[in-house]
Design a protein around this ligand. Structure first.
Ligand code: ASP
Length: 517
């Protein structure tokens, strides 16, 4: 029975504040960042001064990025190496089904909203230059995705990925006949006209060649493919692979301890990241006024998807309180808001789900790194809304078939987008080119993309987090069997990574607070 004495509620509050000290500090960081940013705008600092001012925030980003590669490598390898073949296969299928399903729901929601609200018919004057040059060909983008999944050099994949570029092969041709009329002087001094005929030369593109270029940035997809394969193999090597698995389990624990240190610094970094971004905004009133309805459509879609649809899915499948679950992940959501990068937020997301929500480590370490790379509900929704908004504001009416193409390409483009700031803006070009929209229509939405990026990244991270909870619940009996097999048959037991669940009751709770780890 609860105690109603004031001293009891006081000690309860104290305990709550102590348990959630980091979250409170992060919320304070966000609020201080907003207030500081608005106040410092009056100081009219130069771009250079703002960059110096942002230094503590830059440090946070650098620390988070520093930890991404070791974290992805160790967590994926231990994730699959410690599960048996059937369990990891079923877990993988559930994860992919959840990711594809929720991303598609997000895209459809975005399309319904943008088609019914029609933000492109207001605000902008439709003054976009028509252009024929498209920077991204959908087929090349999809092939690049597959190429990146199989990096030539695994070391290079830690800092470079590839991008193919179509280089035109041109020929000079006589394209246009011309007539020139000159005057020539005759012997008797009178001028008579002389007509000459010639050809104007023109550079004509006759073909393209494909150049594969390296571009800086972690090739997360390549690392995922390599680590999953490596993890599966060493997990099945029996005694011979045991030492390797133990090594990665220990390395993973060490990396998570480093994450812990970084996270304690995050409230400071978050305050400076937010403040400097607010100080850096150019003419916010004007931009927000022009694009207000478009922003409202994107934000409404993100809100409905993240805080209504996903919690309903969680509740229906897991039968637990989604609000409590989202609260447990709130530190990660605030970090996503501040960094605009799901990859940089990954360490915090893993920590929240394991420690606050008690989700099974085996699921978290598999589902989250993959989700941070390929599951982006917010980005998919945003790309569908943005492409149709650009069509509306340039006076192009998309037919039903083209809208279906938008929904499919937005889903694919969100899979291809990296978990870094404004990656969605680049992959939006794929969606636009698939339905023949001019690529420079993107200029319309550039000014506020940085802001929408933060909101969509938050929903991306929320989608991954709820996905981990759902997959952990759906896989509870597989995980139980996996644990029991190892206990009964002296199977692959690799230290403290596996939860000990010994009853059906335990399986029902698997992945959540009651799990004994
Ligand atoms: N910034 C987003 C993320 O990291 C990707 C995007 O630009 O939509 O999840």
């Amino acid at each position: 029975m609860g105690c109603s004495r004031p001293e009891c509620s006081k000690s309860c509050c104290k305990k709550w504040a102590k348990d959630n000290a980091l979250l409170l500090a992060t919320v304070a960081g966000v609020v201080i960042g907003i207030v500081m940013g608005i106040a410092m705008r009056e100081a009219n600092l130069s771009k250079l001064d703002i960059k110096y001012f942002a230094f503590p925030g830059d440090l946070l980003l650098r620390m988070l990025k520093m930890i991404i590669v070791p974290l992805i490598v160790c967590s994926l390898i231990t994730g699959v190496a410690c599960l048996d073949k059937e369990a990891s296969g079923r877990l993988g299928l559930r994860t992919i089904a959840y990711y594809m399903g929720t991303t598609f729901i997000a895209v459809v929601l975005g399309i319904v909203l943008v088609v019914s609200i029609q933000p492109g018919r207001f605000g902008t004057d439709g003054a976009v230059r028509q252009s024929s040059s498209l920077d991204v060909e959908p087929v090349d983008a999809i092939l690049d995705l597959i190429r990146n999944a199989f990096p030539e050099n695994i070391v290079e994949a830690c800092f470079n990925k590839i991008k193919s570029v179509r280089v035109p092969i041109t020929e000079t041709r006589n394209a246009t006949k011309y007539y020139a009329i000159n005057s020539t002087e005759s012997d008797n001094g009178t001028a008579s006209p002389l007509t000459t005929i010639g050809w104007l030369e023109e550079e004509v593109t006759v073909d393209y060649k494909l150049a594969i270029e390296s571009k800086s940035g972690v090739n997360v997809l390549g690392l995922i493919v390599f680590c999953l394969t490596f993890g599966v193999i060493i997990g099945r090597m029996g005694e011979d692979g045991r030492i390797l698995v133990k090594f990665f389990v220990a390395a993973n624990e060490a990396v998570m301890k480093m994450v812990y240190v970084i996270i304690w610094y995050s409230p400071v970094g978050i305050a400076f990241l937010i403040a400097s971004k607010i100080m850096d905004m150019d003419r916010p009133e004007e931009v927000l006024g022009q694009l207000g309805l478009y922003m409202a459509t994107v934000i409404a879609g993100l809100f409905i998807h993240g805080f209504i649809f996903l919690p309903i899915i969680y509740f229906v499948i897991v039968r637990k309180n989604p609000i409590r679950y989202i609260f447990g992940a709130s530190q990660a959501l605030l970090t996503a808001l501040a960094t605009a990068s799901s990859s940089a937020t990954l360490p915090v997301t893993i920590k929240c789900l394991e420690e606050k929500n008690g989700v099974d480590k085996r699921v978290v370490r598999l589902v989250l790194p993959v989700g941070a790379t390929i599951n982006m509900d917010g980005t998919a929704l945003y790309e569908a809304v943005a492409a149709i908004f650009i069509a509306q504001s340039t006076g192009i009416t998309l037919n039903f078939g083209q809208i279906v193409v938008v929904s499919i390409t937005a889903t694919a483009a969100s899979i291809g987008a990296a978990g870094v700031p404004q990656a969605g803006l680049v992959t939006l070009l794929i969606v636009m080119s698939a339905v023949g929209l001019p690529s420079d229509g993107i200029e319309l939405i550039l000014a506020i993309d940085w802001l929408l990026d933060r909101f969509r990244t938050t929903i991306n991270v929320l989608g991954d987090s709820i996905g981990a909870g759902v997959v952990a619940h759906l896989s509870r009996y597989d995980l139980l069997e996996d644990s029991n097999d190892k206990t009964n048959h002296g199977g692959r037991d690799f230290g403290d990574i596996e939860p000990t669940i010994t009853s059906k009751q335990g399986a029902d709770n698997a992945g959540f607070d009651d799990t004994v780890i």
